[in-house]
Design a protein around this ligand. Structure first.
Ligand code: SF4
Length: 243
């Protein structure tokens, strides 16, 4: 019953491959610039994928959170492994586009990527990216961060008036596996104030089953827009987002 519920509610599995981003030194608003170095081992990635396949998961798998996935030398083989393990799922790569070219994007589509989101941090980058993605055979979105900038979520949980009534589906809609092995609340909880378990200590299946009631209680309240229930993490009471 738990497995069926998870299958029905997990829309995307985000697997943060590492805590490393080549743009971190210049983006002080991003949590990555302060994060300590972690690289998620292949055996943990394999465990996540095989356990998710065993419940029938066929949603999206993504490899970004506060990292840059395209600088990970394992990326192409991890994409191929994901496609082999979860053949009916989709793969989303969100990149700062520093290590990209037209041919490289096409090669990754051949390996199994179905969607790219590329962040443009300058006007010149925006032009380069728009030219580069022409003819790449998958869904493409360009995120123009040079006009709106980063959102400063580093302080989201501490800086603002409470946003109590907005609905959020994040804890399951986008299941967050961080580079230190933790399964956490969501990408907005960058400081990992709420963690459900660590994949260095337990399998994905055991973490999800052992914490199911707690996670489901949080999910049910957030999805109804109730951010004042006792079970709701402090970060959600101040978060301006809903996912
Ligand atoms: S309310 Fe904000 S912090 Fe809480 S789960 Fe949703 S996105 Fe994350």
């Amino acid at each position: 019953m738990i497995d069926q519920w998870l299958k029905d509610h997990i829309n995307r599995a985000t697997i943060e491959l590492s805590s490393l981003c080549n743009y971190a030194p210049m983006h002080k608003k991003c949590y990555a610039h302060a994060a300590s170095k972690s690289i998620l081992p292949r055996k943990i990635i394999t465990n996540i994928l095989t356990d998710m396949e065993s419940i029938g998961f066929a949603g999206c798998v993504a490899f970004h959170c506060y990292n840059e996935p395209m600088i990970d030398p394992r990326l192409q083989s991890i994409i191929e492994q994901t496609k082999k393990t979860i053949p009916t799922g989709t793969i989303h790569i969100w990149t700062n586009a520093w290590y990209t070219s037209h041919d490289l994007l096409c090669e990754l589509v051949e390996s199994g990527v179905s969607r790219f989101t590329l962040s443009a941090y300058t006007e010149a980058e925006n032009e380069r990216i728009r030219e580069m993605v022409k003819g790449v055979p998958c869904k493409i979105k360009i995120c123009d961060l040079f006009t709106r900038g980063l959102d400063g979520r580093n302080t989201t949980w501490a800086d603002g008036a409470p946003r109590r009534y907005r609905r959020c589906y994040a804890p399951f809609n986008d299941l967050m596996h961080r580079a230190d092995g933790s399964i956490g609340l969501c990408c907005y909880d960058c400081q990992k104030t709420t963690v459900f378990g660590n994949l260095y200590d337990k399998t994905w299946h055991d973490i999800m089953h052992d914490n199911f009631e707690k996670m489901q209680r949080i999910f049910n309240n957030l999805s109804e827009g109730n951010r004042s229930a006792d079970c709701i993490p402090e970060v959600c009471r101040h978060c301006r987002r809903g996912r």
